[in-house]
Design a protein around this ligand. Structure first.
Ligand code: THG
Length: 271
């Protein structure tokens, strides 16, 4: 599973003041901890700062790059902010989060993907909005995959976001996301999936449990990438256990390693 750490996001009340104050220590600490917990990428979002977004995103990319080598996921609908982040990115190949099938966004973001040789997360929405059904989302995914590959983007650099919406606002949203994942992977095994996992549980109590259950179902459907909280140890335990159950962990070696090191950790805590 490709784990994208979600914590460096200006919508999170706990981190926003640190971004605003250009507090590098807090930001770097959160970057280091997410990587130590198993993040393969770090999502970085400065969208709450409006006209300062490009400046703060630039600062974040530079500041995080000083302490970690994992590539960053530049999370913004603004082509200007994306370009600002791409210009200073030095951690290998970044991911652009995101492109959509909306005409204006497509035309503004696609040139950034090719110019900077970046990977890209593509959301299943277009000028008509977010389809409520699987066929509608698949049609958009197909159009975007065709357009991206025609522009020279490799399938392995494309991450389809099926759109995870809160089940509290529509009881069909869980199934629609799961079925979209299954069918995208069936037709395009080399294309990756990237879901915003915790969206599923907005507006209901016990969100962590709901996110964990959704993670397992989505991985079984073929989800191979997600934006999630890697500091949630239970959630990362589920990632690890599910990989073993789905046959992606020979002899459960990774599972056993994780189990042993968490037992060691627990023993150390006890003293
Ligand atoms: N798809 C793509 N990108 C995305 C999303 C997606 N980026 C943003 C978001 N969705 C994923 N990132 C987060 C980051 C943090 C939280 C949720 C999603 C989160 N929110 C809590 C809440 O809203 O209750 C805490 C809020 C707070 O502490 O202020 O934890 O779907 N491509």
């Amino acid at each position: 599973m490709i784990v994208i750490g979600e914590k460096l996001n200006s919508t999170l009340k706990a981190i926003r003041p640190a971004m605003e104050a250009r507090d590098s220590e807090t930001v770097q600490d959160l970057a280091r901890r997410q990587v130590a917990a198993g993040a393969n990428y770090l999502d970085v979002n400065a969208g709450m700062f409006l006209e300062e977004e490009s400046d703060i995103l630039t600062w974040l990319v530079e500041t995080i790059g000083e302490v970690t080598d994992v590539p960053l996921v530049l999370d913004s609908p603004s082509p200007e902010a994306l370009r600002a982040g791409l210009k200073v990115h030095r951690n290998g190949r970044p991911l652009i989060n995101s492109i959509t099938g909306e005409t204006g966004r497509w035309e503004a973001v696609l040139p950034l993907v090719t110019e900077y040789d970046a990977g890209v997360i593509a959301l299943c929405m277009d000028d008509e909005g977010m389809p409520e059904d699987v066929d509608g989302r698949l049609a958009i995914a197909e159009t975007m995959i065709r357009g991206l590959t025609r522009a020279g983007v490799q399938p392995g650099d494309i991450f389809i976001d099926p759109l995870v919406r809160p089940v509290s606002t529509g009881s069909h949203y869980g199934v629609v996301a799961l079925e979209t994942i299954r069918r995208v992977k069936e037709d395009h095994p080399d294309v990756h999936i990237a879901c915003g996992l915790s969206n599923v549980s907005y507006g209901i109590p016990g969100r962590k449990r709901m996110n964990q259950a959704f993670l397992v179902a989505a991985m079984a459907a073929g989800m191979d990438g997600a934006i999630l909280d890697p500091l949630d140890t239970d959630l990362m335990d589920f990632v690890c256990a599910t990989e073993a159950l789905l046959g992606r962990d020979a002899y459960c070696m990774n599972y056993l390693k994780r189990h042993r090191s968490s037992q060691k950790e627990a023993a150390l805590q006890k003293g």
